[in-house]
Structure formats: C-alpha cells, structure tokens
Design a protein around this ligand. Structure first.
Ligand code: ADP
Ligand code: MG
Length: 182
C-alpha cells in the first residue's frame, strides 16, 4: 500500500472541490497512470474503483457530489438510502484543464462511460452486493465505481483500488486521506 496524500478540508465546499480535482485528474488520465503503473495494461485492470471509508457524517456522500460534478454528471448525487447501486452515464464534453499557466478548454474523449455510486451502509453481507452484479460492474474498464462503506465488502473488492478515508475532526473539519492500493 502506497500513501498518496492527506488533506484537511475546512468545509463541505472544500471537500467537493477536492473531489472535483480528483475526478478531473482521473478523466485526464493522470491519476490512472499512478494507480496503474507504466507497463500494466489499463484494459486488463477492470473498473477504476474508489473505496470510501469513515464514520457517518464523515463527508463521503458530500465528496461524491463534487466527484460526480467533476465527471460532468448534472444530476445531484444523494445518499441512496434504499437504492444500493445507482448508475450515471458519462459523456465526452469540454473540460477546463490546466495547460501550463493558462486554463484551456479541451474536449476529452472520456475513456469511461458509466459512473456507479454504491452505498453499503444498509447491507448485511457482501453477497447482497454480488447479487446486484458487482463483479460485472468492477470488471468493466469503462466504469468508474465509488463504494461508500467499502470496508463492509472488503472481501469482494478488487485489489487495485483507491481508498479514501474520512476522519471527523470537528463540526466543519474533515481529514481526507487518499491511499493507493497497488
Ligand atoms: P457520509 O456520507 O460520510 O455519511 P455526508 O457527506 O452524508 O457523510 O455528511 C457529511 C455532513 O457533514 C454534511 O451534513 C456536511 O454538510 C457536513 N460537513 C461539515 N463539514 C464538512 C466537510 N469539511 N466536508 C464534508 N462534509 C462536511
Ligand atoms: Mg453517505
């Protein structure tokens, strides 16, 4: 396990902003290169999976709202209390990316076509997630999959994933740690 970085978010807006940056980094391929080292074929790695862990109110859903926005999803991401898996389509579009000192608009050909938001808060056994087609979802390299309460389905998670840990510091501060499992 390689430690990536730790960041202290001062408010929900900052948490969303951090998430948005991560999403753009993923779309631009920068992070993918770090998660899947040079030489390994991205296609053989399956979906890009984010596992979100941390207490209730830690900011996992808030983070994913910013993340989805960064992926270009217009719908608002909600805490799926009763729906365990929610699917969103991704489309190629113009994104602002940093190019040297200026911000330039570039059309990205998004290598991913679908974003899945999975919330394991209410599940009792990993099998419940397997029964919803989890294996197919995580084996498709076109998918980006974010799993809240990922520690509850540890047994069935792919090995190469990004773990995001949310620690409650006080009313407005959250420590977000991003760990890279390779
Ligand atoms: P989780 O999905 O981890 O249970 P939520 O994102 O649903 O957490 O809830 C986080 C709550 O904490 C929200 O009410 C949000 O407004 C609040 N909050 C306060 N400060 C922060 C912060 N820095 N980052 C994220 N959420 C924060
Ligand atoms: Mg949540």
């Amino acid at each position: 396990m390689v430690k990536f970085f730790k960041i202290l978010s001062q408010n929900p807006f900052q948490t969303k902003k951090i998430a948005k940056i991560l999403a753009k980094e993923i779309l631009g391929g920068g992070l993918t290169k770090k998660v899947y080292p040079v030489g390994s074929r991205r296609d053989s790695c399956g979906a890009l999976v984010l596992g979100l862990v941390g207490d209730l109110g830690g900011g996992k859903t808030t983070f994913l709202q910013g993340f989805a926005k960064g992926l270009g999803i217009k719908e608002k991401i909600l805490s799926p209390s009763f729906v365990i898996i929610k699917k969103y389509k991704l489309e190629s579009r113009k994104l602002k990316v940093e190019s040297r000192k200026k911000f330039k608009k570039t059309t990205f050909h998004i290598p991913h076509s679908t974003f899945y938001h999975i919330d394991c808060y209410r599940i009792k056994k990993p099998k419940e997630i397997l029964d919803l087609g989890f294996k197919e979802i995580v084996s498709n390299p076109k998918n980006i999959v974010a799993v809240e309460w990922a520690d509850r389905i540890k047994k069935i998670l792919p090995k190469k994933i990004l773990i995001l840990k949310f620690d409650f510091i006080n009313r407005n501060q959250r420590e977000i740690e991003i760990l890279n499992y390779v």
